[in-house]
Structures are given as C-alpha cells and as structure tokens.
Design a protein around this ligand. Sequence first.
Ligand code: HEM
Length: 508
Amino acid sequence: MAMLTIVGWCLTFVHVSFVAIYFYLTWYHKYWDKRGAITAEPLTILGTYPGILVNKSRSLILDVQEVYNKYKDKYRAVGTFITRQPQLLILDPALAHEILVDKFSHFRDTITSSFVGHNPEDKYVERSPFFSSGEEWKRRRTENVGGLTPNRLKQAFAIWEQSGRKLVEYIERARREKGDVIETRDLSYRFTADTMADFIWGIDAGSLSGSVGEIASFQKVSTDWTVYAFSSIIRFNKSLVATFVRKLFNMRIFTKASDEFFLRLTQDAVNLRRGGSGEGRTDFLSHLIQLQERGNSIHDSVGHALVVHLDGYETSGAVLYHMLYSLSEHREEQEKLRSEILDALASNDNISYEQLNALPYLDQCVNESLRLTTPIGFFMRICTKATQIDLGNEKILELEPGVTVMIPAFQYHHDDAFYPEASEFRPDRFENGAASAFNKRGIFLPFGDGPRICLGMRVGQLSVKTAIFHILSNYLVEQTKKVPLGADTGLGIFLNGDVELKYTKLRK
Ligand code: HEM
C-alpha cells in the first residue's frame, strides 16, 4: 500500500512538473495575437526556432529561413518566439534599415549585452562594445574606434604588407615541403593571426614564420579562445529559455586561461614598447598606451585588444578562406581580379593603402563573398524605448521596451528577389558602387548598419584584401575537391571540412 502511495506521488509530481514546464514554455504564446500581429507558424513548445536549442538535428538559420520564406511576401514583420520569449522577425529590409539607422535610439542595445555580468571573473568580455549596453557601450566603442581610424590603419599598413609577403613565403615553403595542395582554412588563420599579433601587440605570432604545419602557441591559444567564445555565444542564445541558469552556472564567454595569457601578453607588450622597442610605431598598441596614459588600466587595454583580436583573427579568417574557395571555383572571376591586381603592380612594386582600397573589382569580390558567407547571419536588438512599427496592411504595432527584434541578414543576402540566382558567386552585382545602394535598402548588411555598425569593418576588409592581393599576384588557386556547406553552427553556415586548394606559382 505504502509502495503504491509513493508511486502515486511520483506520478503526480511528474504530471505537475510537465504541466508547469508546458505553461512556462508557452506562457507568452498569445503575446502577438493580443497586439494584432501575426504569430509565425510553426510554433512549437520550444518556440519558433527549435534549432536554437537542438541544433544537432535542426538549425537556427534554416528555421528562420522557413518562416522568412513563408511570410516575406505578405508581411513586413511577424511575431515569433525565441525559445519562450516574444521576438519580432523583420521581413522587410526597409524596416531593418529603419531599426538599425533611423530608429537607433529605440533599439540601442544588442541581445549580447545581456550575456555579461553572470560571472564577475569574466572581466574582459564586459569591456567589449559587442557585449555592452547604454552609455558604457558608447564610451567603450569611442575608445576602441580611436585606434582603428583610416589614418592609423594607413600608417600601420606596413604590418599588413609584411604579413602578405610572409604569407607568400609560407606558401612557398609549404609547397616545397608538402606539395601544391594547402589546407586553406589553416592558411587563412595563420595570416590573420600574424596581422593581429603584430598590429595589436607588436609581436611576431610565429604562425607564418614557424615550421610548416606547426601551430605556434599564440595561434593555439587564440583558436581555443575563439572556439570557446563563439560556442559560449551559442550557449547564451540557448539559455534564453531559462536565463537564471546563466547565474546558476557562472556562465562566461572567455576562459580564465585565455584571460591570463592575454593579460601577460599585453603587460609584456606595453612594457617592451615603453622600454623603447618599436618606438614611434603607429599601431593598436600605441593607441592602448595613449589610453593608459589618460587613465585606462591594463585590464582596459586587454579588453580593447581582445575586441580587435576576436573578429580580426576569427571572423576575418573565415571570410578569407570562403573567398579563396569561391575564387578557386570561379576561374573567370579569379582571372579578372588577378589582372586588376597585376595592373596595379605594373607601375609599382608595392601597393599603397589607398591603392589597395581603390581596386574596384577586388572590392566587388570581397562584397560578394561577404554576402554569400554572411559570417554574422542575424542581429538581435532589444527595444530600449517604446515605438510603433508599421506592419503594413494598415496595422501599427506598439512595441514595448524589453522585447527583441531579429534582423535576418543571411536571409536578405540569399533572397533571389534581391540577388537573382542568389546562391551564385557573381561579383558583378556590386558594380558601380552598388554596395552602398544595397546597404541603404537594407538588403546588404555584412557589417550591420547604423551607430552599431561593425567597428572593425576596415580592419576586416584590409586583412582579406591584402591576403587576396598577395596570393593572386603569385598563384593560380584551384579547387581540388568540393567542400559542402555544413549545418548551421548556431551563428551561420560555413564550409564543412578541409578546404584543400592547389596553389600553382605564376610565371612572371
Ligand atoms: C570581415 C570581418 C567582419 C565581419 C563580417 C563583421 C561583421 C559584423 C557585424 C554584422 C556586426 C553587427 C552585429 C550587430 O549589429 O548586432 C559587427 C559588430 C561588431 N564588430 Fe565586426 N565584423 C568583422 C570584423 C571585425 C573586426 C576586425 C573587428 C575588430 C577590429 C570587429 C569588431 C566588432 C565589434 C566590436 C562589433 C560590435 C559593435 C557595436 O555593437 O558597437 N569586427 N561585426
């Protein structure tokens, strides 16, 4: 009898728990109906995008794609649920432009700013504009961009040029020792590690100057650090379902080990520079030292350094290997780009910062590659001040503070309505400065837009352009095998597997 009572209580507990969880997950499901907006289907108990929680079997970007395809021609925006929380999916790029640019003061913060503060030890991530909100964001951003002005990059351009030459030397050594086929994901990250180590800390990362195939410690730590940071962003997105777990598990974005490594590195770099090494050099380190002279701490410097390194190493490297892969597949475009580059070199042995940035076809190829890859596939913004959203069909939505919106840049970039045969690599789409017109229409957002536009856009473009310039002026790049696009990583869709490209030396 007693046994039966225990079983009975257990069953009741299980039932009550299921009912409680069900209500918890579906509590807001009438939210959009009550406000006169369409609720996107399918709607599951895991929200509109189950892929955010179970991205082994599904995928966030593909879940968003499903909703986008279904509603994009009918509505300007639809109500969705990111796990259990109401979120407005912006289907009309003109509305995306309005949110990012014109109505910025109503959508000032990004969802990533809610990812910090759960672990007091995660002190460097809190210093990044990417993860900050309000006035703190503004201050950090202003301080950081001061070190990335066009003038400073122009003065630091010798760093990129030197990395470009080292890249070619490395390719030569790799070809001699291992043959013409080089795994290009690795090659790209070697290049971005080299530029960032030199620009930010004034050191040689050893990624291009060391032995072929060997990973130097700077690059190893950088890879471990970025892999952890990007997978943490995905974990934080998942934790939207129960945000209390963030505090409960002391969730953090950067690891303790990487924090210690980069603190030591920054301290050493500052001491060396102050001791006279690299005196007079204009780079990011000299900017950090100026900020310290005005009152910043060494920890502020580490924070700023990591802002530049995170995307200067990882995101820019990812753009580079995707672009090389596309060019290896599209030989006609590769030839056209090479002749532009060789023409530029015909009158000069070296190219200047201004000349590199003024090569129109190179710019078109970078834009087309960014469009296809879209390494940051969506932006989630928090409504920070109540506002009205024109949903079309004479409906106005009153959006309240705290609700988030999603701008699906990946979907705009892959929409045949904006880019005919959108899956094709066609740099000609960006002829005659079309990028800026596409951007104003809200259909081209590889770096976002408005006051929170990517602050390292010029750095990313500079790295990719320099590497392509040096590679194409020396090698014919050919594909050896097709690489499939992988499942969604939770942030975007990338080439899955080794990118084995063949590098054949050009006769000069
Ligand atoms: C080609 C490479 C890059 C791409 C495709 C890229 C893309 C983006 C995008 C789409 C955003 C906007 C996100 C949003 O609105 O929520 C962004 C923001 C940001 N990016 Fe980049 N990025 C790149 C390189 C860089 C580099 C090199 C740096 C550092 C020097 C950087 C630092 C940042 C920061 C700090 C933000 C947040 C800005 C803010 O919220 O004020 N990015 N990036």
